[in-house]
Structures are given as structure tokens and as C-alpha cells.
Write a protein that binds this ligand. Sequence first.
Ligand SMILES: NC(=O)c1ccc[n+]([C@@H]2O[C@H](COP(=O)([O-])OP(=O)(O)OC[C@H]3O[C@@H](n4cnc5c(N)ncnc54)[C@H](OP(=O)(O)O)[C@@H]3O)[C@@H](O)[C@H]2O)c1
Length: 266
Amino acid sequence: MKLGFIGAGEMGGSMIRGFFKAGLSKQNLFVSVRSAESAQKLSSEWGIRVSNDNVHVMQEAQYLFLAVKPSQMSAVLQELVQNGVAPKPIISMALGWTIEKIQQVVPNWPVVRIMPNTPLAIGKGVTLFEFSKEVSDSCKKDLLHLFEAVGCTAEVPGNIFDVATALSGSGPAFVYAFIDALAKAASSQGMDPKTATLLAVQTVIGAAYMVKQESISPAALAQKVSTPGGCTAAGMEVLMQSDFAQIISRVIEATAHKAAVVSKNM
Ligand SMILES: NC(=O)c1ccc[n+]([C@@H]2O[C@H](COP(=O)([O-])OP(=O)(O)OC[C@H]3O[C@@H](n4cnc5c(N)ncnc54)[C@H](OP(=O)(O)O)[C@@H]3O)[C@@H](O)[C@H]2O)c1
């Protein structure tokens, strides 16, 4: 499987690092970026040739990943057309770029819209997928297999892509904010900030694993550890009275709305 990457910044770079950790052969990777400085830096970090030659990568790749900013997508897609690159599966992670919009530039090409999140760099990512009808079963199988090596995958219909993006694409930021709030709350009451952060992180990891492994819902698990009249119950009462669920609902709604607006204005 020859993978080509146009762009290898925050997201493309995380993805490539994750694939390397999962055992992807470096010989099967072709990468180009915009600046000579980035190319040189990534070449020495990864031990592969990273170039500024998009057309070479576009021609060599069996599966072509577009990992540039949404505002750079038009130029890169035009480059494909202007250089007469033969149709091949395009994998786009650009916020706001729907399959239809990409196919306006490359009609009838197989297009895969994905929404990854950065924890895939450490094998714990979530990647959302939407496939155009031109994408073959073997391509779907290859891509799902590739991303399952760096986390979990989910196929989502286009009409809920924005909500799913809010949950897993932006979700890590919300979890970081929660961890930060937990740690700051404890350190403001006298705990050493470093220890407070460590405890908050490990508590979130442990609780997430419990939810994954137990066959009961997270809400039921919360109830199970909140003995009536006990200290956890006292804290949960404040959480509920403060409309925690309502706040999170508004966070997801605002994020999904923004994704939809970006799509419309793209
Ligand atoms: N960051 C996230 O958490 C995240 C999450 C989900 C999806 N995404 C999506 O991932 C995509 C990339 O975002 P990012 O945060 O990784 O951006 P980024 O860090 O700015 O990286 C952009 C990359 O594209 C390269 N590039 C720009 N123009 C190019 C061109 N014309 N030809 C070749 N390479 C070019 C840049 O090279 P230079 O370094 O040389 O400029 C850089 O390697 C976006 O579409 C974004 O919506 C990001």
C-alpha cells in the first residue's frame, strides 16, 4: 500500500507518526510539504525523503492523503487536475470539505472524507469515515485496517459528520480542559499542581477504561460509585445542579454548528 501525503503538519504529522509506530514501512510513504525548512526537518526526524514536489507524491501514491489546511485545499486539488494525475482515492481530512465539494473539482474520483483526532499519534485515536460511492471495497478495507492500527474507526453518514466531528475531532480539547479544571480545583485547595495534574490524568484514564470494559452505562457507573449521603454524592449533586450535561450539550452544539458554517462558507 503506497501512501502519499500532501502536508504533514499537526494532523498529517500525527498520523504519519502513528502509522510508523504501528509498523508502516517507510519505503511506502511519499510526503511533500510547502516549505524547504519543514521538508528538511521532517526528513531528518523520520529518516525518509520529504520533498516540496507535490506532483511526484500525487503520481506515486496509491492512496493520496490531503493534510493541508482547508484554505489550501482548492490549490492542491487544482494541482492534481492541472498535472493530469490519474484518478485515485483521495483521503481528505479538511474541515468543511464535503465529498460533493471535492468532487466538484475532481468529478467521479473516489473520495474518502475522514476526521481524525490527534491521539492517533500514540495509537489511541478516533477516525471518522465517509466514503463516496466510487470507493472500492478493497480501498475501504485497506483504509479501515490502516486506521484501526492507530485507534478506532467509525463510518458516519454525511448528515451527522459535523456532530461526530464535534465529539471526537474536537473532543480531546474538551477532555484536556476537564483535566485542567480538575487539577486546578485541587491545587487551589493546597495540592501541589504537578501531583494534582498527575492524579487528574490517571483518574480520567482509569474511569475511561472502566466505561469501556464494564457492560453498564457511564451514568449507571457514576451512580454506582456515589453512595447516598457520601462524599462523591455531595460532589455529584453540585455537578448536576450546575447543569453539567446541559453545558456539554451546548459545547457540542456550538462546535458542530461552527463546522456546518465552515462547510457552507468554504
Ligand atoms: N490539527 C488538528 O487537530 C486537526 C484535527 C482534525 C482535522 N484536521 C485537519 O487536518 C488538516 C491539516 O491541519 P493541520 O492542523 O495539520 O495544519 P498545519 O499544521 O498547518 O499543517 C499543514 C501542512 O500542509 C503543508 N502545506 C501547506 N500548503 C501546502 C501546499 N500547497 N502543498 C504542500 N503542502 C502544503 C504545510 O507545510 P509547511 O509546514 O511547509 O507550511 C504543513 O505541513 C486541515 O484540513 C484540518 O482541518 C486537523
